[in-house]
Design a protein around this ligand. Structure first.
Ligand code: NAI
Ligand code: 15L
Length: 268
């Protein structure tokens, strides 16, 4: 049966807020979870991902989890360790104990951010490209994908790991033209990931049907995802403002953009 009640973690965040408005159209009832209060949602569960008892209450009885919670940019390792690595482990373990059959995991392009962007005429980046995290943040997404594989192989808990490109209302950089996913396409992809049959652990790239696309959408389309948007209408303005991508700048020639150049953040 199609999942109906979904636990949305990270419900107070940017993507969580977009999905709170878009996913109910697909017939879902959303249970909300975030460490920050969710504005206008008094029933949302306000708790940290490392709070096992709160998580247990949150996952009990849901048909699936859309796991968006976590630190969404580079941060000191200790913080990434707690929210993204330990937090995602606690979610999986609690979901397993409570018999939740599927998780859709918000992975990221930054799990493979050091992958060179394809040049003209080269094939798109395939979904089985080797992991090349560009940050501790990207490393935590790589961990999440491996955790998902373990919980599928060992426990039969299914996951679709969506390596999201950039999901914002509009692309804001020339690089983003190649990885942008419109919020409406994001909802289409999450819906496909929540409902496709027999996904085991499937990794997909999350983008719209961009003219300048860098990575391959075959596994996403195989779930039934049909993107309808393209970043190209934004290209003229962004290139006029920022210039074309510079082949001598690693932040312009790698999938992960500026994350490949950003220095690591240390705790002290
Ligand atoms: P965001 O930073 O706006 O939202 C993340 C939410 O997670 C926040 O509301 C935060 O309070 C919550 N959170 C953080 N640590 C938590 C913890 N320990 N326990 C409970 N809640 C916690 O990020 P955004 O843009 O909404 O991204 C959502 C997810 O998608 C993140 O996992 C991010 O890594 C991933 N992603 C997003 C992309 C995008 O383009 N927006 C691209 C690739 C991945
Ligand atoms: C991400 O993983 C981040 O969460 C998001 O804020 C953007 O930086 C996005 O990747 C991107 O690469 O544009």
């Amino acid at each position: 049966p199609a999942p109906r009640t979904i636990l949305l973690t990270g419900a107070a965040g940017g993507l969580g807020t977009l999905m709170r408005s878009l996913l109910p159209e697909y017939g879902y009832t959303l249970r909300l979870f975030d460490v920050r209060p969710v504005e206008g949602e008094p029933d949302a569960i306000t708790a940290d991902l490392t709070d096992r008892e709160a998580l247990r209450e949150a996952v009990r009885g849901v048909d699936a989890v859309l796991h968006l919670a976590g630190i969404s940019l580079e941060a000191p390792f200790e913080k990434i360790l707690k929210s993204n690595i330990e937090g995602t482990y606690h979610l999986y373990e609690t979901a397993r104990q409570e018999g939740v059959p599927r998780i859709v995991f918000a992975s990221s392009n930054h799990a493979v951010g050091f992958t060179p962007a394809p040049r003209a005429g080269e094939p798109l980046i395939p979904v089985d490209t080797p992991r090349r995290p560009d940050t501790f943040y990207g490393l935590s997404k790589s961990f999440g994908e491996d955790l998902a594989q373990l919980y599928w192989d060992k426990h039969g808990l299914e996951t679709v790991s969506v390596r999201i490109g950039s999901c914002f209302p509009e692309p804001t950089s020339v690089r983003m033209l190649s990885v942008w996913m419109s919020p409406a396409d994001g909802a289409r992809l999450f819906h496909a990931a929540l409902t496709a049959e027999g996904v085991g652990h499937t990794v997909v790239h999350g983008s719209s049907a961009n003219t300048r696309l860098w990575w391959d959408l075959t596994t996403a389309r195989a779930l039934g995802y049909e993107p309808r948007d393209d970043s190209e209408p934004y290209a003229g303005k962004l290139i006029a403002e920022q210039g074309e991508l510079d082949p001598g700048n690693p932040a312009h020639t790698h999938l992960g953009g500026h994350f490949v150049n950003d220095p690591p953040l240390w705790p002290y």
